[in-house]
Write a protein of this length. Structure first.
Length: 551
């Protein structure tokens, strides 16, 4: 496999020229040649518009074909991509655009109505992802280039555009910066993970080793996770695009019913998902059918059991489209009951582990080798060790090093020094043990990150920060129950007493606080409820709240 990541993009565009590449579900399809033509036009726009190699280009919008094309165009031009989750608030988008020093911003239709261009004074222009129209331009050159794009393209390729003409920028060194992926949107918490080309290439190499026997040109796959998230980008987009697959984008946030319908129609070969998507489909579409007295008796009968298991497995298989090689689950802890159920019926699923800082893969096993409760073994080009006196029995921090590891955090040396030690080990902040065969078992997160139903990272400290500044709040913790967020609050009882508030009135203030807070948060960070705690939260000697005591 070619060692240059951009050379791999060029090769796949040429090799699969006449294949279907990207489809917006229920919408238009682009072939690989259409993708190449659009990339070429964007390169002309960048060049004529004054974007230099090494400049940053931000992308913020829902998953769609044109997002994927703009991302590929950015890298193959020699610019640095800055993917931004479309669910971030306008203020968070402003922060990231400014912090990353982006020159251009590709923006989706929903978030466009919320952003304030004046808050991002260093942008040359803002481009609508859906049709690449210029929404804002602060450059005559960019205006001219966009207005005359077809003319400029015709001058560059007077006859017609053929695959032999595709010639992309190749990264100059494995450590060259490919993209900056922000783990969060709030200035005080912003950490822009600097991902080098070697990490992009190494993740692609891993996926090829793991899946090439099962994924073939022309196979259908579905993209559900946000492409701005490394997990979705690496394994629902990049690997499939490089293999000649046909990727379908569910561009709106899909409900379980729509996801199930898409599985039935598209019949994907592999599914990449966060646990909640799988758990919901199993709970809504499979388990109710098993909840009959006859089925319960059959499941307990040893001789019938295997036949019954096969029958149930076929049902589950159908729920996911019926052509599946495997489901790869990652991003959060998998519900033990559902995992045991899938293992019991022999369903092809596996659980991987990763981090944005590793672009993202750290460990994985093929489903045939999956050990229930584990998240696989260290992948190719990566090492894993547990920082513990007895790594097999006593949980310690999971450390990893290798080609997938980031360069550091953009403009944040302090955070980089905390995450990467002198020997190049990345400190994940997760706790785990490792068995004799190298299988990793995660025992908890020393980081407090939560994960939404759609695979978004939630940093409770950020929400708490905002909540703590609202009326009558002394301190708070945000916890996750099922897929809802709940704020636990210790109120200022002295102030409440001075105001002669009853407990009922304190609760009314908290409900008002909840609404005020939610108005400032992206959808996946909104609180479903606030509960009043009548005693102060227990603290460590360093005065941090002992989170693990509260659920």
């Amino acid at each position: 496999m070619e060692h240059s990541f951009n050379a791999c993009i060029e090769e796949s565009v040429k090799k699969y020229w006449n294949y279907d590449a990207l489809t917006d579900y229920k919408g238009a399809t682009l072939q690989y040649q259409d993708v190449a033509r659009k990339i070429e036009k964007l390169h002309i726009l960048f060049e004529e518009g004054g974007v230099q190699k090494g400049d940053k280009i931000a992308l913020c919008g829902r998953n769609m074909s044109n997002w994927a094309v703009a991302f590929l165009a950015t890298l193959t031009y020699g610019a640095v991509a800055v993917p931004i989750l479309h669910e971030f608030t306008a203020e968070q988008v402003h922060n990231i655009v400014n912090h990353s020093e982006a020159k251009l911003l590709f923006i989706g239709d929903v978030i466009y109505t919320q952003i304030v261009p004046e808050e991002m004074p260093n942008l040359l222009g803002i481009i609508h992802i859906t049709d690449y129209s210029l929404m804002i331009s602060r450059s005559e050159k960019l205006n001219y280039a966009r207005e005359h794009l077809n003319l400029l393209f015709g001058q560059k390729y007077p006859k017609y555009f053929r695959k032999e003409m595709v010639n992309y920028y190749k990264e100059q060194s494995p450590d060259e910066l490919a993209l900056i992926n922000y783990t969060s949107g709030t200035t005080g918490f912003s950490k822009g993970v600097m991902i080098p080309y070697r990490a992009m290439w190494s993740n692609l190499y891993f996926a090829s080793e793991a899946l090439d026997k099962h994924l073939h040109p022309g196979d259908h796959t579905i993209s559900i996770l946000p492409m701005a998230h490394m997990y979705g980008m690496a394994f629902e987009f990049i690997k499939e695009f490089m293999t000649g697959c046909h990727i379908f984008y569910l561009s709106r946030i899909p409900s379980p019913a729509i996801v199930a319908q898409a599985f039935a129609e598209i019949k994907p070969i592999i599914i990449i998902a966060v646990p909640l998507v799988i758990e919901k489909i199993i709970k809504k579409r499979v388990l109710p059918k098993l909840d009959t007295p006859a089925m319960k008796i059959l499941l307990k009968t040893p001789f019938v059991s295997q036949k019954v298991r096969d029958k149930i497995r076929d049902e589950v298989y159908k729920a996911f489209g019926g052509r599946l090689y495997e489901i790869i689950i990652g991003g959060a802890a998998f519900n033990q009951e559902i995992e045991q159920f899938l293992h019991f019926i022999g369903f092809p699923f596996t659980v991987g582990y990763g981090a944005t800082e590793c672009a993202p893969i750290i460990s994985y096993n093929d489903w045939h080798d999956h050990v229930p409760g584990s998240c696989g073994k260290a992948v190719v080009n990566m090492e894993v060790k547990i920082d513990s006196k007895d790594p097999r029995r006593i949980p310690g921090e999971i450390l990893t090093k290798g080609m997938n590891v980031m360069l550091g955090y953009f403009k944040n040396e302090e955070a980089t020094a905390q995450a990467l030690d002198a020997d190049g080990w990345y400190h994940t902040g997760d706790l785990g043990v490792i068995d004799a065969k190298g299988n990793i078992f995660i025992k908890g997160r020393s980081k407090n990150m939560l994960l939404s139903a759609n695979g978004q990272n939630i940093f409770p400290e950020e929400i708490e920060d905002a909540l703590n500044s609202l009326p009558l709040v002394v301190e708070s913790i945000v916890v996750q129950r099922d897929d809802k967020l709940v704020g636990l609050v210790f109120p200022d009882f002295e102030e409440a007493k001075a105001q002669r508030y009853s407990m009922e009135q304190i609760k009314k203030v908290m409900e008002q606080n909840r609404q005020t807070l939610n108005a400032t948060q992206p959808a996946y960070c909104k609180l479903a409820a606030i509960e009043v705690h009548e005693e102060e939260f227990e603290k460590t000697p360093k005065k941090s709240i002992k989170r693990y005591l509260y659920k």
